[in-house]
Design a protein around this ligand. Structure first.
Ligand code: FNR
Length: 216
């Protein structure tokens, strides 16, 4: 199947304008057909030995979100202690999750036992099944952007909090907790860059992503 230049441009536009979204979520709910499309896109990620080790747990319940938010607040406070001086103050000023504001949470997991103990492609590098689930996260992130849905990855929460809140069995690995929803806007530059945390590294390429959106 040939991809036209317009279709190619749409893919690059999606990649370059994808953002990690932590604030500015709108409360409107995500229709089931849209949610199904992005989950199906995630399910079509590559995976080691085609083991497809992922599962997706959709979170809508506010009590569950509150438990995860409490876990974030605890882990965030612990993290703040690891930074010093100005950096600590800057860290504490950052908005690093939208757990309660986003209408949807999605937990992506990895069942490392899914296709037995010997997996094609995992024999020399055992972490490949975990990486496969991360590929699913990226597919989900890009599909969400193509649906004009913002998505934010929240990793500042201990696994046991998510495991308890979602009753995830011990043998299942937790890969990601994601917040999804429609947004006020997609910023041109990452939040961490706009906040002065870190700049984007220069890429030696002739393509300028500025082409795809208006500067902030
Ligand atoms: C594995 C992993 C884990 C996290 C993230 C990303 C990834 C890949 N990011 C988002 C991260 O800060 C963001 O991707 C970069 O700052 C670049 O911004 P854009 O994604 O391009 O907008 C992220 N952001 C945040 O606010 N809280 C978090 O806990 C995390 N955790």
């Amino acid at each position: 199947m040939h991809i036209t230049s317009e279709e190619r441009d749409a893919v690059y536009k999606t990649i370059f304008s994808r953002r990690d979204v932590r604030s500015e979520f709108k409360p409107e709910s995500v229709p089931d057909d849209v949610l199904n499309r992005i989950l199906l896109a995630a399910h079509h990620a590559p995976s080691v030995g085609f083991m497809q080790p992922w599962d997706f747990i959709v979170v809508k319940n506010s009590t569950t979100k509150s438990a995860i938010k409490a876990g974030f607040l605890q882990a965030h406070a612990e993290a703040a202690e690891l930074f010093e001086g100005e950096r600590k103050a800057k860290y504490q000023s950052l908005k690093l999750e939208g757990i309660e504001e986003a209408p949807l949470g999605i937990c992506v997991t990895c069942d490392r036992t899914r296709t037995g103990s010997v997996v094609l492609g995992r024999t020399a590098k055992p972490e490949m099944d975990l990486f496969s689930s991360v590929c699913a996260v990226q597919n989900l992130w890009l599909a969400a952007r193509a649906e004009n849905l913002g998505m934010g990855w929240v990793s500042i929460v201990h696994d046991n909090v998510i495991r308890d809140a979602l009753r995830i069995p011990e043998h299942i690995d937790i890969i990601a907790y994601l917040c999804l929803g429609y947004v006020e806007k997609f910023h041109h530059t990452p939040d961490l860059e706009r906040a002065g945390w870190l700049p984007r590294k220069e890429a030696k390429t002739a393509i300028h992503y500025e082409y795809w959106s208006e500067p902030d």
